[in-house]
Design a protein around this ligand. Structure first.
Ligand code: NDP
Ligand code: MG
Length: 382
């Protein structure tokens, strides 16, 4: 039996993880969960899965939560450290959205346990730092972002990374796949949130619509697989069936296929020697019509900025991530237009000063400073 701590249990990834657990109760046990403030959903999860530990980030929600005899409650920084370090935990799922997930991913990286990583923003912002902590403490990081899980499945553990010629990360293209950027000035929040293939939280849905999600994934992949950015190509694949492709020096290209369903990469990362059985719709290959197209030319500027982040390293990922989070937040609040999300990122980058200092404090400080700069850029636009 593997004991699982699910960070971000009330989110979209949380739902998928809980479904995989419920289909494999003889092998997987939910021992603890963390939430921000969605107490009503947390109560339903507790009723169904009976975890014995609950972390609540939001202090008002924590104070208002009625005590229960079999449930230990946690809040604040010390509580987060305590729940993550519980000795009975085998696997920590990092599924909080945004930079807010960095602290718990960092604490988890120092436990020597296994992390299932969905929270790409923590790797974009703290890549080298978090991965070197994980190495120091013998912590295993298994990606559950579908593209990275696909790459992981296509790269056998004993394969020499030098045998890789290129890695192709696929992008669905999001809801505005065949629209020019110039046509997207007036798109509404509802249009941007309605992804054709995946059902996800609001932040990543907007990232998918801008294709910034693919840029974050490029940076995430560069760190996780320790490959230079020039090995990665981003290609649009509207059906979201092939999740990524590894091409070797001898001309073989290996890919992973599945329906767009996050339970598939999650089940893979939760399995040991044997695959976990899942109730799923098998692909009907004779009816599949798979296609690929170039990454849109009018969104190359943002891809190039992500490539610059990969090459510059240091805290440049913190700037990229924080500028994007502020831009997305302001778009969702109706303060800026969809297309202005890119302007906020570029202009915040232009007025930021890079730093190579790598520590949790330096990352947090750069995040705070960048958010202030990005909000000023938003004000100058809005
Ligand atoms: P959601 O918005 O659906 O869920 C976010 C979760 O994080 C909720 O449990 C929320 O708690 C919690 N949370 C939010 N803010 C905080 C905070 N400040 N402190 C503690 N907890 C917080 O996000 P998703 O599930 O869509 O995404 C989660 C992560 O997984 C993201 O990094 C995303 O990029 C990544 N990912 C998601 C995919 C998907 O299909 N959804 C695919 C690949 C990667 P509460 O409900 O209480 O607010
Ligand atoms: Mg992905």
């Amino acid at each position: 039996m593997k004991n699982i701590l699910l960070l971000g249990a009330t989110g979209s990834i949380g739902d998928s993880v809980l479904d995989v657990i419920s289909q494999n109760q003889d092998k997987l046990n939910l021992i603890g969960i963390s939430i921000n403030s969605n107490v009503s959903k947390a109560k339903k999860i507790i009723q169904k899965f009976n975890p014995s530990h609950l972390y609540i980030e939001d202090s008002n929600s924590f104070n208002a939560f009625e005590k229960q005899p079999e449930l230990k409650l946690y809040n604040n920084k010390k509580g987060l450290e305590d729940i993550i370090n519980l000795s009975e935990i085998d696997i920590i799922v990092s599924a909080i959205s945004g930079f807010a997930g960095l602290e718990s991913t960092y604490i988890s990286s120092r436990t020597g346990k296994t992390i299932l990583l969905a929270n790409k923003e923590s790797i974009v912002a703290g890549g080298d730092f978090i991965l070197s902590e994980a190495k120091k403490f013998n912590t295993t990081i298994l990606p559950i972002d579908s593209e990275h899980n696909a790459i992981f499945q296509c790269l056998p553990p004993d394969q020499d990374i030098q045998d890789v010629k290129k890695v192709t990360i696929t992008a669905s293209g999001g809801p505005f796949l065949n629209s020019d950027l110039s046509e997207l000035q007036k798109v509404t929040k509802e249009q941007a949130l309605s992804h054709p293939n995946w059902s996800m939280g609001s932040k990543i849905s907007i990232d998918s619509a801008t294709l910034v999600n693919k840029c974050l994934e490029l940076i995430e992949a560069k760190y996780l697989f320790n490959l230079d950015e020039k090995y990665f190509e981003l290609v649009v694949h509207p059906q979201s069936i092939i999740h990524s492709i590894v091409t070797y020096l001898d001309g073989s290209s290996i890919c992973q296929l599945s329906n767009p369903d996050m339970r598939v990469p999650i089940a893979h990362a939760l399995s040991g020697k044997n695959r976990l059985p899942l109730d799923f719709n098998a692909l009907d290959f004779s009816s599949l019509n798979l296609s690929f197209q170039e990454f849109p030319k009018d969104r190359m500027q943002i891809q190039n900025l992500a490539r610059e982040v990969c090459n510059v390293g240091g805290l440049s990922g913190v700037i990229f991530n924080a500028a994007n989070e502020i831009a997305v937040d302001n778009f969702l609040k109706g303060q800026i237009k969809f297309t202005e999300i890119y302007d906020v990122i570029f202009r915040t980058f232009d007025i930021s000063i890079m730093s190579n200092e790598m520590s949790l404090d330096a990352i947090n400080q750069m995040d705070i400073e960048t958010r202030i700069k990005a909000e000023k850029v938003v004000k100058s636009i809005a």
